[in-house]
Design a protein around this ligand. Structure first.
Ligand code: G3P
Length: 216
């Protein structure tokens, strides 16, 4: 499972990229607002320079024509940019058209059911983003949607990659990997928690103390 970062904050991306484990980044209008910028182009370009992998930038339009027009521009911003399209009826129409283009990389977003994932994949999405945290928040089992989608895609040889999105905690990452997600897009705070374990810190202190006893 590939590890992406779910943020538009450049300093967070630089820090996690320095670990050598980062394979992509997703942004959306809310994450842009949290980063305090509306300049999607410069954010996407900077991220691509840092990560050199898929970077999702979302359309603002809600009608197919507007989404297609935005996608035409967004896909020129950097070599790895992916256009994020909401999974609606209008979104499906836009995906079908964009997927015909040579550079038509699509991340179908706001997916809350395996049926939406199936439809997005049929419309030509490269990635389908299932929002597991928001499903859990609504009292549903977000991971079940990942499991169902993974089973359907495997059974029917559907090439779209499943992105576990709206991740809330480190257990979500482990469960997404076991459930068949190809990618987890992880908030910065969760990524920082993934590397931490108190026993690792205690172990380092003990090793250094013991080393001092023999090495002086
Ligand atoms: O990648 C999707 C993600 O940004 C949504 O997360 O926390 O707003 O549900 P959240």
């Amino acid at each position: 499972m590939k590890l992406w970062l779910d943020t538009a904050k450049i300093e967070e991306i630089r820090e996690i990229a320095s670990w050598g484990v980062l394979e992509g980044v997703t942004t959306n209008p809310s994450l842009m607002a949290r980063a305090g910028t509306a300049d999607r182009k410069s954010v996407a370009r900077t991220i691509d320079e840092i990560v050199g992998g898929p970077v999702s930038a979302e359309v603002i339009s809600t009608d197919a024509e507007g989404m297609i027009e935005e996608a035409r521009e967004i896909l020129t911003w950097s070599p790895h940019v992916v256009v994020k399209i909401p999974t609606t009826e209008e979104g499906l129409k836009a995906m079908k058209e964009i997927s015909k283009w040579e550079n038509g990389r699509i991340n179908a977003t706001l997916i809350f059911s395996a049926n939406q994932a199936l439809l997005a994949a049929k419309a030509g999405a490269t990635y389908v983003s299932v929002f597991i945290g928001r499903l859990d928040d609504a009292g549903q089992d977000g991971m079940e949607v990942i499991r169902e989608t993974a089973a359907i895609f495997e059974l029917h040889d559907i090439p779209a990659e499943i992105v576990a999105a709206s991740i809330r905690h480190p257990r979500h990452v482990i469960e997404a990997a076991i459930s068949g997600a190809h990618i987890a897009t992880i908030p910065y705070a969760v990524m920082k928690k993934m590397i931490k374990h108190p026993l690792t810190d205690v172990g380092i202190v003990r090793f250094l103390e013991d080393w001092k006893k023999v090495a002086g």
